[in-house]
Design a protein around this ligand. Structure first.
Ligand code: CS2
Length: 487
């Protein structure tokens, strides 16, 4: 049996399922980037709204690049299983808030038509850092990126998120329809401000008047999103099949913790996501920085160190004293320059992160988190580093985290068939292979301006700190296997 609207009644009684009439739900949210994270997070908050009886807020999800999710979910009528795993058990829910799914490029026209239609009130996005086509260090739109250049060539048949949003807004303006809200749910500081900057930079290339209109009329609330959601594995699929007694082509396995903090600025209304536990706040920057630096900064550090020590998952990496001895003082460095949101105790927040990272039920692969380092390091680790430098403080542990990324790059560069999953992989690998002298390699990697800007390589104290950390790691017996190959 397969999960779909007809098989819902065959689910075991312990599995929660949509309690509302899905045929009455209006698709007023278009979500771009319908991966595991969205389905563990926003779609679950929206499920709570629908379950409360407000059926005005269904989600039409779209893959931006591929049609894989459409192929998995359309035969299931958009239904999927969400398994929330804790050390002491799991909650299994079937979620119904996604009422239609469109594919990637093949459905681009349909998607544009839906985004241009008055029924669409919010366009939300989770396309990861690189989906915004902004230079990580400078924040400038990458006009030369092939996908952006192609959309700028033919703006009326867009394929990128930026091209789709700008063209849909153009169509709505021409038709006298109110603009939708653009709601970034990506893990970036000031994600709404960045989304706005990217959309405006693209719009300016197409039509300066339109850009002015967007700037005046469209809102881009900032959000802080949090839920650790590893990519779904075959083992997860097998587990879910057993738990629900039927096949689900693409279930989502996540943790029990979830948090969503949103700035309340919507052009055409919004669901009451507080029903699902979301918080509306004016302090998004504090929330976002705390999460990005304490959670994601530590996650990236764990991921690179885990990759260098053969630890496949975050929970495994948390068992290694070499790693926890780095994480604890790293968190101290991060917290010393943190402005936490009112009422939040950063020390308690960090303690809760340790519990979450140790969750044995989640097989969160360090390789997954280690991807796209060029896009992640600036906001996770370089931002607190710069804040410390501005106060004249040294940062040996942040330097160690960056050194771990450098070793990971060097290791990948010197391992046959290894692939560095990163939009800047060509630059990074070239620098990682550029010398066998540690000081030269560190210097060369640090010279990648798109990641590090120009200030860090000009900072003699930091360079010395980074080289010392790099050499210390290279000598450590548990990471030496990777690095002795080269140095
Ligand atoms: C992780 C995040 O893959 C990564 O880079 O750090 O996806 C992390 O799991 C989420 O931000 C948690 O909310």
């Amino acid at each position: 049996m397969h999960l779909n609207k007809n098989s819902l009644s065959h689910l075991p009684a312990t599995v929660t399922r949509p309690s509302y009439d899905r045929s009455q739900v209006v698709g007023s949210i278009v979500h771009l980037g319908i991966g595991a994270f969205h389905r563990a997070h926003q779609a679950m908050f929206t499920e709570a709204v629908l379950a409360s009886g407000d059926l005005a807020w269904g989600i039409v999800g779209a893959g931006v690049i591929s049609a894989d999710m459409k192929n998995a979910l359309v035969p299931q009528d958009g239904l999927y299983t969400l398994a929330e795993m804790g050390a002491d058990g799991e909650n299994i829910k079937v979620i119904g808030s996604i009422i239609d799914v469109l594919g990637g490029a093949e459905d681009a026209d349909k998607l544009l038509a839906k985004m241009s239609d008055v029924s669409t009130r919010i366009v939300s996005i989770t396309v990861t850092e690189k989906g915004y086509y902004l230079d990580p260090a400078s924040g400038k739109l990458q006009l030369q990126a092939p996908a952006i250049a192609a959309d700028l060539d033919t703006p009326s048949s867009p394929k990128t998120v930026l091209g789709l949003i700008v063209q849909a807004l153009k169509n709505r303006r021409a038709a006298g329809i109110l603009p939708f809200t653009v709601l970034s749910c990506d893990n970036l500081p000031n994600n709404g401000i960045l989304a706005k900057a990217a959309v405006l930079a693209f719009a300016r290339e197409v039509d300066a008047d339109l850009a002015t209109w967007i700037e005046a009329k469209v809102t881009f609330p900032c959000t802080m999103v949090d839920r650790i959601t590893p990519a779904t594995t075959d083992a997860d699929r097998a587990h879910i099949t057993q738990a629900i007694g039927m096949q689900d082509a693409w279930p989502v396995v996540t943790e029990q913790f979830v948090q969503w903090v949103i700035e309340d600025q919507f052009t055409m209304g919004r669901p009451d996501w507080t029903i699902g536990g979301a918080i509306f706040s004016d302090e998004i920057e504090c929330w976002e920085n705390m999460k990005l630096r304490c959670l994601n900064g530590a996650h990236s550090t764990l991921a690179y160190l885990g990759q260098l020590t053969g630890r496949e998952t975050v929970a495994d990496a948390m068992q290694l004293p070499l790693i926890t001895d780095i994480l604890d003082p790293l968190w101290v460095e991060i917290r010393e320059v943190l402005h936490a949101p009112k009422g939040v105790n950063p020390a308690e927040y960090v303690e809760s992160l340790k519990q979450r990272f140790r969750n044995p039920a989640l097989k969160h692969r360090t390789a997954q988190i280690a991807s796209d380092g060029s896009q992640k390091l600036p906001q996770r680790l370089l931002a607190p580093l710069r804040d410390r430098q501005a106060k004249g403080l040294t940062s040996p542990m942040i330097a160690t985290a960056i050194a771990a990324w450098m070793h990971f790059a060097v290791k990948t560069a010197h391992t046959a068939d290894a692939v560095l999953n990163d939009p800047l992989s060509a630059d990074i690998l070239a620098q990682a292979r550029s010398s066998t002298n540690p000081a030269t390699v560190v210097e060369n990697l640090l010279s990648i301006e798109k990641i590090f800007g120009t200030d860090l390589r000009a900072h003699a104290g930091f360079k010395a700190e980074l080289l010392a950390a790099f050499e210390r790691l290279a000598k450590h017996p548990q990471v030496a296997v990777a690095t002795q190959l080269v140095f």
